[in-house]
Write a protein that binds this ligand. Structure first.
Ligand SMILES: [Zn+2]
Ligand SMILES: [Zn+2]
Length: 125
């Protein structure tokens, strides 16, 4: 997210609400949403299921079923990241030059795919 200070626009991680220092690796989602590497690491380690349907802050998909793992920072539960965004961001961080961190997909739960919408009822034959 962005915050407008007297000095100008400050980028802020949606998940921990820390100001971006201009150096730290961060990934931008839709509508200016941002996650920092530290939050992403926590998301990967603490992802969980259950609760209500949710909207992902980064990809803006909504009505995501709670069986798709997600994470939010208990201190700022308004922002939620879905598992797909976690893994996508993790791969991006892994490829980013200067980021001393590598994503190990095998160390994390497999990606839960969203079920496809129910097919149209077949016409009676
Ligand atoms: Zn953060
Ligand atoms: Zn997402």
């Amino acid at each position: 997210m962005q915050r407008t200070d007297p000095e100008g626009i400050v980028l802020v991680c949606d998940f921990c609400r820390r100001d971006w220092d201009g150096q730290e690796p961060m990934i931008e989602g839709h509508h200016g949403s941002i996650i920092c590497l530290e939050c992403l690491k926590q998301a990967l380690a603490q992802q969980g299921t259950g609760g209500e349907k949710y909207t992902c802050t980064l990809c803006l998909r909504f009505n995501i079923p709670p069986k798709v793992p997600n994470w939010k920072n208990p201190a700022h539960p308004e922002a939620v990241i879905c598992q797909e965004c976690m893994y996508q961001s993790a791969r991006t961080f892994s490829r980013t030059e200067g980021v001393d961190w590598k994503f190990e997909p095998g160390a994390h739960p497999p990606l839960v795919k969203l079920p496809k919408p129910a097919p149209e009822e077949a016409p009676p034959s």
